[in-house]
Design a protein around this ligand. Sequence first.
Ligand code: F6P
Length: 342
Amino acid sequence: MEKIGILTGGGDCPGLNAVIRAVTRKSINEGYEVIGIRNGWKGLVEKDAITLNLESVSGILPKGGTILGTSRTNPYKKEGEVASVFVNYKALGLSALIAVGGEDTLGVAAKLSKEGMPVVGVPKTIDNDLSCTDYTFGFDTAINIATECIDRLHTTAESHHRIIVAEVMGRHAGWIAIESGIAGGADVILIPEVPIDIEEVCALIKRRHSRGKTFSIIVVAEGAQFKQSSMVLQEEKLDDFGHVRLGGIGEILGREIEKRTGYETRVSVLGHIQRGGSPTAFDRVLGTRFGVKAVELVKAKQFGQMAALSGNKIISAALSTATGKLKTVDQEYYELARTFFG
Ligand code: F6P
């Protein structure tokens, strides 16, 4: 029996278990054995793996997180780890590997594929910033959670006649901010792709208040930055993939708004709540379709490819292209969002 390995890497997100279940069920149907590698690339460096069968994936579809665990280990960072990955891939008797992850995990998959490993990818991230796919799974759940939070912030902001700044995740892309902001009826949305003009933000809030409104909701992406200043960091230390920890822009923005407008302002950082818990039906279905497609790509020996969504069709795209450039929010979409500012 040929063996397919599967690993989940990077930040977890709702829908990972739907992919693991789909890959396992489809692979077993196709006559493969399935090996689950624990904790992303770390598990392949350390040969930490388990066999997945129908029982191991039973009941996991609605569960958040990943039954395999995850890590932000980059085997290209430490001398000798890529060699261990190849040795352990062989030692586990794998004939293909399915890597489920975002730009970092799939970036490693693209490099390993160039070095001859038979790898296929599945695009995951709440940030929705991977190229070549209309959506990554996890994003829909994140924007639904963020939208619900914005709705809740609305009622308290209205009762207390306050400004509330909601800081959302998304790293260097404004997808979570723009979509939860539009869905939640935010009065200003600030994203990394468009530098913050604080005077304009305050003017928009004042204009709204001059219409008789006594509260406003501002959604800001963690990666947004003021004109002429750099990103706000929680920590400057870089992870294995060279990322800093973002966060804190909401607090700075809130203080500045209160100082300039005189309106009482509060800040709410949604953080990891956006990433936890049960996936939406959309993410369960997308994860399931991606998982089945990944096994089909393995069967067809189309390595170096990733399952992707185009319109309502599941297609495949080259891992190297998908990880070559971040997919960010375009100006046209931001203009649409602006219609509802102030
Ligand atoms: O990439 C997903 C994400 O949640 C980003 O939106 C965020 O910047 C980052 O991961 C947070 O990472 P960590 O869980 O390591 O704090």
